[in-house]
Design a protein. Structure first.
Length: 328
């Protein structure tokens, strides 16, 4: 049995004059110890997926359809007490900005000890010992001293390491990392991602990594979901998707990577922008930006079909794949 199973999940937002759909019937599984990447541009539905898994959607957002099952239990039917036990304890989440995640008026020690005591019957002394141990795991120097410091006294990289330590405090089976290095300097990002990978492997923790960076996904994950306008448009092993992308959108994301362009040349960006939730085009949502779109793309939503080692939602993928093979 999969650790996490998502089936036909839909999320909507009830606005004043209409209800808009942010996620539209997405399905995927996550095995124990597996590392899964979710990629796409801003507005694709990546972060909403992470929040929905923990049932952390705030109004006007709500789960409008589908099921989320974790270790055989349906999250969408859990009561408040069960959700409280799930969050942090069995599934932990790492957010984009550590300064928003950490409470600025509490010391690091207070925040870690309170987290432990909220889920475990521990004395303060025992909770502090566990906190120090977790800080050491993420290579925080002088961890005993850090317990008495406030978030603003630490660097961005140090704060993010503490966020990872807090995520690991209760030994969860799954960590959802939502753009965990966005707020950090480029020189620090690689260190944080390397640390997260090391900790997931050593603790046998499953990971869902939400990012727009395909370079990070290629190094961190075993399987990848590519999302566009609230739908999964390509899914499969990360190596297959990076080396031989099938969907025109995935191809565009990879072609836009800086390493795909010679020094001094313009980046090969995808024309146009991600549609807003209230103006998603009919048919394939990507068709206004796609160089291969035909009439059916404008009127019919493509089904997901198996194509070798990946699943792809594209009307033209068979023809494009055949043309590519013929060119070789």
């Amino acid at each position: 049995m999969s650790l996490l199973s998502v089936r036909d999940l839909s999320v909507a937002f009830a606005m004043r004059d209409q209800t808009v759909t942010a996620l539209n019937g997405i399905s995927f599984d996550l095995d124990r110890g597996e590392r899964l990447g979710i990629v796409g541009e801003s507005g694709a539905g990546k972060s909403i997926t992470g929040f929905a898994i923990l049932n952390l959607l705030s109004k006007p957002g709500f789960i409008s359809g589908g099921k989320i099952t974790y270790e055989g239990e349906e999250i969408t039917r859990m009561d408040d007490e069960s959700l409280r036990n799930l969050r942090g304890n069995r599934i932990a989440m790492i957010f984009q900005d550590p300064m928003v995640t950490l409470n600025p008026v509490l010391t690091i020690g207070q925040q870690m000890v309170e987290t432990l005591q909220a889920h475990r019957r521990l004395s303060r002394e025992d909770a502090e010992k566990i906190s120090v141990m977790k800080l050491r795991e993420v290579y925080i120097p002088a961890p005993e001293e850090r317990l008495n410091q406030y978030p603003h006294e630490l660097s961005g990289g140090m704060r993010q390491r503490i966020i990872i330590a807090i995520a690991l405090l209760l030994d969860p089976q799954l960590i959802i990392a939502d753009e965990p290095t966005t707020a950090l300097d480029v020189t620090i990002q690689a260190d944080i991602m390397e640390l997260l990978l090391e900790l997931c492997q050593s603790n046998k923790v499953s990971l869902i990594l939400i990012t727009h960076d395909l370079g990070v996904v290629s190094q961190m994950t075993e399987r990848t979901l590519v999302m566009y306008a609230g739908r999964i448009i390509e899914a499969g092993k990360t190596r297959e998707i990076i080396n031989d992308p099938q969907h025109p959108y995935t191809q565009g994301l990879i072609n836009a990577l800086p390493q795909q362009t010679r020094p001094g040349e313009r980046l090969q960006q995808i024309p146009g922008n991600m549609p807003g939730l209230a103006s998603i085009p009919t048919g394939c949502a990507f068709h206004p930006r796609c160089a291969y779109a035909v009439d059916v793309c404008r009127t019919k939503i493509p089904d997901i079909v198996n194509l070798g080692a990946v699943e792809v939602a594209c009307h033209e993928v068979q023809r494009l794949n055949g043309a590519k093979e013929g060119a070789v």
